[in-house]
Ligand binder design. Structure first.
Ligand code: GAP
Length: 440
């Protein structure tokens, strides 16, 4: 099996990600996040929100609606601006081309096979209300940031903010992608974590550099190795229609380098367009100098699922010959998911050494109840202790707490560290404090 197959298989086997509608044969590129997947996904989102709302200065949150006036999408250029061209897509490099750019039925970039021409717009259409005619057409948002732009004045005035400031939002976006491929990398329904930084036009270049660095550091701080990340400057002509400057933050996936986040200088494109189409004044007046201008926007736009896949790939390790410390080591290949402590879905596993000794099971359940409100914990009593350690390593659990015969006499438990496999005896009364020190 290649690495991607192994990741997909582990994801399904351990309840991270399931193909959607599987009992009906699946549904395109949709995936469902299982019990562990939802924990990991939420931890990624929390790490991003903590970064934006706690670590950085002057950023506030927003949760705008998915359904907005269709006028938003006219103004933003998503219904036009090349989005409705007849397009073909290369089946191997996924570049899209207008029909008139294609001479033979081969991709002009890589020579791959191309799809048949299609009238193509990425926006997903739906109807709102009881009528199903032109007047009822609405769109599922293709990027979360438009909800931020149309709320610029609401947020500015209600929060009495001053430029520069940011608005951060996490939410679902939808794109009718022609081809979907590579597991959760390219989907039609996905989540974005977007931050829009409103600043003075003269400061846009400076902030672009700042945010580019901050975003790179976020992935590094969460355990992604430097050599697996790169920033690619996108040249004019290849940028998104709104971008004056664009850097793709790429990860070295098993299927090659691919974008996980875009950093864009959107200039005054969005606010000017919304000002023009809505007739509302979206200028900012500097309270000190009195200067009036349309703020420029620096955007950081990350995909939740693409980050998920990057963190998962980065954490995935195979140890051939086994590394389990017990005498029961089978010397078979073991899997270790070395996720950062902020991201690991389960922080602590609570394990009775044996399940057929009533007093041990009772004590273990008491400890599980004590730990559970503080750290995401799992109780597991099935199988040998070595096998249970391996199961926990495979899902990235940071600590295993084992309750054994000695515990009943001396109130000590064994705490095993996922990465070093070192074991330490800790008093039950000190266990919470010990874990808090390690995990917080
Ligand atoms: N607001 C700017 C914007 O949406 P983008 O480069 O089109 O920019 C930003 O998308 C991020 O959203 C990408 O870097 C990627 O992580 C995620 N993304 C975009 N399309 C996606 C898809 N079809 N499936 C999964 N994630 C996607």
């Amino acid at each position: 099996m290649d690495l991607m197959q192994k990741i997909i298989s582990l994801s399904k086997r351990r309840g991270f990600i399931f193909p959607s509608s599987e009992i009906y044969g699946g549904f395109g590129s949709s995936y469902d996040f299982g019990p562990l997947g939802v924990l990991l996904k939420n931890n990624i989102k929390k790490a991003w929100l903590d970064e934006m709302l706690k670590k950085q200065d002057n950023i506030v949150g927003l949760d705008a609606a998915i359904l907005m006036s269709p006028k938003v999408w006219e103004a933003s250029g998503h219904l036009t601006a090349g989005f409705a061209d007849e397009l073909v897509e290369c089946l191997s490099c996924h570049k899209r081309f207008r029909v008139d750019e294609i001479k033979k039925d081969k991709c002009p970039e890589c020579g791959g096979k191309i799809t048949k021409p299609k009238q193509f717009n990425l926006m997903m259409k739906t109807f709102v209300g009881s009528l199903e005619d032109e007047s009822a057409i609405a769109y599922l948002r293709a990027e979360t940031c438009q909800g931020i732009y149309i709320n610029f004045k609401n947020v500015l005035n209600s929060g009495r903010l001053k430029l520069p400031f940011g608005i951060a939002q996490i939410g679902k976006s939808f794109r009718n992608e022609i081809t979907t491929k590579n597991f959760i990398f390219r989907m039609r329904e996905f989540e974005q974590m977007e931050m829009q930084w409103f600043c003075h036009p003269k400061e846009a270049d400076k902030w672009f550099e700042f945010w580019k660095e901050q975003r790179l550091n976020w992935y590094l701080d969460l355990g992604v190795k430097k050599e697996n990340l790169k920033l690619s400057e996108i040249p004019a002509g290849k940028r998104a229609h709104y971008a004056k400057r664009q850097i793709d933050l790429e990860y070295n996936f098993p299927f090659g380098w691919q974008e996980i986040e875009g950093i864009h200088n959107r200039g005054d494109w969005d606010l000017s367009q919304h000002q023009k189409h809505s007739g509302q004044d979206l200028k900012y007046k500097d309270p000190e100098t009195g200067e009036e201008y349309i703020p420029h926007l620096i955007e950081t736009s990350a995909g939740v699922e693409r980050s998920f896949l990057a963190f998962f790939t980065e954490a995935y390790q195979e140890i051939s010959g086994g590394r389990t410390e017990t005498t029961e080591a089978t010397k078979e290949e073991e899997t270790l998911l070395k996720l950062d402590k902020k991201l690991a879905p389960v922080k602590v596993a609570i394990l009775p050494l044996v399940k057929n000794k009533k007093e041990i099971v009772k004590k273990t359940q008491e400890i599980y109840k004590m730990i559970k409100p503080h750290f995401m914990a799992q109780y597991d009593e099935a199988g040998s202790i070595g096998r249970r350690y391996r199961r926990q390593d495979e899902i990235g659990t940071l600590y295993c707490v084992t309750i054994d015969f000695d515990t009943l006499d001396d109130s000590d438990v064994t705490v095993r560290d996922r990465d070093t496999m070192k074991q330490k005896r800790v008093k039950i009364g000190k266990l919470l404090e010990y874990l808090a020190e390690k995990l917080n």
